[in-house]
Design a protein around this ligand. Structure first.
Ligand SMILES: NC(=O)c1ccc[n+]([C@@H]2O[C@H](COP(=O)([O-])OP(=O)(O)OC[C@H]3O[C@@H](n4cnc5c(N)ncnc54)[C@H](OP(=O)(O)O)[C@@H]3O)[C@@H](O)[C@H]2O)c1
Length: 267
């Protein structure tokens, strides 16, 4: 009975991984996120053996609860999907220290701690999918902590790929561009803060297709998978163009009114 452990299972990409893995014959899940009702709803939909783990991964106790469960149950893990994550737009001095720290706790610390804790329970053929982002490839002003957290995920995943390859465990860092999920609503719901115009966040990828392609990349034992032709092209440009030019292109998406108001303070 294959087992998949999925963080961020209450919404978007994580939830879609659960649905598609179920169709691939996975019949045991550990579903992890804060919103218990969402996880219960998904568990009913999957209609198989599901453990609901309602945990806040921005907090030590939440991360510990997942690690303790691994230690107590000693499961055999076939898939580990690390999809919990979020980002807040805003200038570094507009965001509270707590907001920036939570991004690092969830996107970096929880991802590393849970992945490391799960590895001993994986055997040859096991799969790990870490959710990076197209924003991992370049610095992004006004989305700085998020983009840097995803650069961390990218480098950590690549190292893990080489570390675990001799054990027959395959690690793929999936790097989508903008995907149509709650992520975008939450990231841009920062009234008064410096953020991009929502209509500029294009092209939007479909969640179902993003996950389907991500699973195919994992089947093919890809180390990194950038989702979507546009973002693949962008990835190549990121490698050859200077940061300054890329930052200017990115800043052209930032809402002009809030950016102007912000910069006026320094005139
Ligand atoms: N959508 C995009 O444009 C996009 C692009 C590139 C990469 N990504 C990455 O893809 C991953 C999934 O994002 P998504 O698009 O599916 O966003 P989403 O729909 O907002 O889902 C995010 C998931 O993370 C969980 N989560 C957030 N904070 C948490 C916390 N403190 N503790 C536990 N769980 C937490 C949420 O669950 P609860 O709220 O119930 O806790 C939810 O299940 C993220 O790592 C994101 O950075 C997204």
């Amino acid at each position: 009975m294959p087992l998949a452990i999925i963080t961020g299972a209450s919404s978007g990409i994580g939830r879609e991984f659960a649905r598609q893995l179920r169709r691939r014959g996975v019949d045991r899940f550990w579903l992890i996120a804060r919103r218990r009702e969402r996880l219960e709803e998904l568990s009913r939909e999957l209609s198989c053996e599901c453990e609901i783990i309602s945990a806040d991964l921005s907090d030590t106790a939440g991360i510990a609860s997942v690690k303790e469960m691994l230690g107590e149950r000693t499961p055999s893990v076939d898939y580990l999907i690390m999809a919990a994550g979020f980002g807040d737009f805003g200038a570094q001095d507009e965001l509270t220290p707590d907001e920036s720290a939570r991004v690092i706790e969830v996107n970096v610390r929880a991802l590393v701690e849970i992945t490391n804790a799960a590895i001993p329970y994986m055997a040859r053929g096991g799969r790990i999918i870490e959710l990076g982002s197209a924003s991992a490839f370049t610095p992004l002003p006004y989305f700085a902590t998020y983009a840097a957290s995803k650069s961390f995920v990218l480098h950590y995943s690549k190292a893990l790929y080489y570390e675990l390859r001799p054990k027959g465990i395959h690690v793929t860092c999936v790097c989508p561009g903008w995907v149509h999920t709650e992520f975008i609503d939450k990231a841009t719901d920062t009234e008064g803060l410096t953020r991009p115009r929502r209509d500029r966040l294009k092209p939007l990828l479909r969640c179902e297709k993003t996950v389907r392609l991500a699973l195919r990349a994992s089947d093919r034992k890809k180390k990194i998978y950038v989702v979507g032709a546009f973002y693949k092209m962008q990835h190549i440009l990121f490698k050859i163009l200077p940061d300054g030019l890329l930052s200017r292109a990115w800043l052209s998406m930032i809402d002009k009114k809030t950016l102007k108001r912000r910069l006026e303070k320094y005139e």
